[in-house]
Design a protein around this ligand. Sequence first.
Ligand code: G6P
Length: 472
Amino acid sequence: MPKTIIISNRLPIKVQRTEDKLTYESSEGGLATGLGSIYKTDDNIWIGWPGTYFTDEAEQQQVTKDLAEQSMYPVFLTEAEIRDFYEGFSNETLWPTFHYFNQYAIYEDTFWEAYQQVNQKFCRAVMELANPGDTIWVHDYQLLLLPNLIREEMTESTIGFFQHIPFPSYEIFRLLPWREQILKGMLGADLIGFHTYDDARHFLSSVSRIVGLNTAQGLIDNGYRSIMVDAFPMGIDDEKYASLASSEETKSKIEEYREALQEQKIILSIDRLDYSKGIPQRLQAFELFLKEHPEFQGKVTLFMLVVPSRDQVETYRQLKETIDELVGRINSSYRTITWNPIQYFYRSFPIEELSALYSIADIALVTPMRDGMNLVCKEYIASKLDKKGVLVLSEMAGASRELADALLINPNDLGQLVQAIHAALTMPEDEQTMRMEHMQDIVRRYNIHHWVEIFMNRLDYIKVKQQSMATQ
Ligand code: G6P
């Protein structure tokens, strides 16, 4: 029976070696939840990196065996590959370029070499497991060359590709020395998906100008195959967040937090440590808000959760220092004996605690400089059982295209951000409810299951269309 093979750089599980024991920690991520219904059924499988460096062959075999029981297949990376492919080309070349931070991009041949080699390594893993007729779904910017590598080995295969981060405008994309090879790598897919129409439009424009192919109506004709490009805004598992919010564990956390925070208004900010998230700008806006609205001093607390990420990359280390300094400065200038303006945490939180924070937060401040989608804002909305609370959302996040009832801001405009914080804190309850209901409708309707379904349906559709075109 044909199966589905999902491939992403990271597996939806983190394997770690603690002393001489292997531990397996499942991911709570949206992708893992959404694709759970696929890879855990029939002979379907998920291929990816287990997230830790393993040298020992016996250990690798053990990991492979343990993961096989959960329908996963590991691709092991060497230390050099982690440095040059993962930290290097993926996160110091592509990530900054695709997020419009091209001033941070490093153009380094050794990174590019490693990127090609690791994409080939993933291709070999696919070849070990794939049979003709299988459906192959490749995810994200770490594997842009993989669709075409697979296509060269299995010309007739069905390949979908989804990019979870933005696709930049042609003027930014063309700065990459390897722009043409990258596009040709992606064009091995039959269906190429992005979160927004703008991302899809930028991609089509690069294909037409750099590769010279016809891209009319979102269909790329490469001479022997039609490739479809479209927007598929990713959703979350809304039911999971709604039921978490009403669970006993979350309720007791809410009580505990309420007791500690008394009548404080809560502003919540949750991100991975990343310069694309606009964390320093958000802190500056909060500082300006306290200065311009002294009546709120002592009455509002910013809960800022920063999840450690890519800490071997220099720009991330510098960002951590900048945030530490800013938080220290703001807290030391404004704090009183009984009030601390910013509660800053640099660690990850269990999902039950996140759920309690979403529930009690009066405002979610989601203000990235650039974000493919941003699922935190959708999790906030899905957790709001009482329909109270205000979302302040950056126009630069993919989610802003769907969530028109948020207070939309340009994250570079600190004045506008200050006004939005003030408007959110003083918004009448019936307006909060009206906006929240509209957004909950959208989050519910376009959830993660819908996303998987429409992507898979469209992939089937383009395959059928290709066949009918071939017989015409
Ligand atoms: C973003 C990317 C994912 C990536 C995740 C975490 O959401 O789109 O592909 O896995 O960040 O980053 P990391 O470098 O830890 O995998």
